[in-house]
Design a protein around this ligand. Sequence first.
Ligand SMILES: [Zn+2]
Length: 305
Amino acid sequence: MEPNCSLPPELLREIISFHIFQNITLVDTKHVGSSKPSWQLFSSLSLASKILRTLVLEAWFATLCVRRSEDLLDKFMPFPEIKTWTREIHFMQWTEDSRSWSLEGFTRVKKIRIDCSKTDIVPPKFLSGLVISNDIEVEIRNLYWPSPLVAQCISRMFPKLKVLRLRQARTWCGLCHTCCVPEFHHPVPKSIRYEDGTGLPAHYALAFSSLAHLETIHIMVGILESGKTTLGSGKGQNPNLWSGECDRCMEIMYEDETFKREWVAKKQNVTVKPPMLSTVEWSFLPKEEFESSVLSDDDEEEEDA
Ligand SMILES: [Zn+2]
């Protein structure tokens, strides 16, 4: 007999979502692998009653982890409602083939996460056929060579992108036009934040300028603390408005005070950028810590559909 459950479904849904959210927070410290906690944490709850089972499954499939194109097809889904339950799709290893995968029917998706292969040494090929037109948050991890070319691809693929999160070992230096591991003199703050739409390498700002809905960009990068230049974090610090420049360029080119003044003024008065962009936040992790989290495998190959 079905146990008598006196709590309304909406409240139960909130409790279950909170339970999942707490466990996802723990899982999220890894840069790779499933973004879902173990099903074992929920299986007993799902057996308690029919309504709890439905609500647990709905919450569980709010995030859909995808490894193969088949994972997105109706005929391979264990429940027909999954496409309407899913709010986030996590592509666990993006490959060239992934470009042709079908997202048809996922009408309520609010977030896409793409994990690039850690062995890729060329920029991943997003796009062509696949264009997501909803207002959406996108997270891309482990871009090996995050050049402005990749930023252009992201812009084409997600024309209504609202929030962008990047986690990568390198970033783009707008002075020498290469990707580099940021390097500073110790100590380095955990993050720096811009609230006026500045803070991006100019080439990124240009590449993202067509994104009329883009409001927020978070970039997490691995860093070295063996550099020559200091990056402040408190009020009145970060005087050079660091925006991805490599240590070598700053060391050499900032020697010229006139150049430095003009370069910083140019960053402060950037005109070509996403029109709605306000927040640009950079978070820093020591390079070893960043790399070990990428390499720490991971993937309990369990029921993490
Ligand atoms: Zn440079």
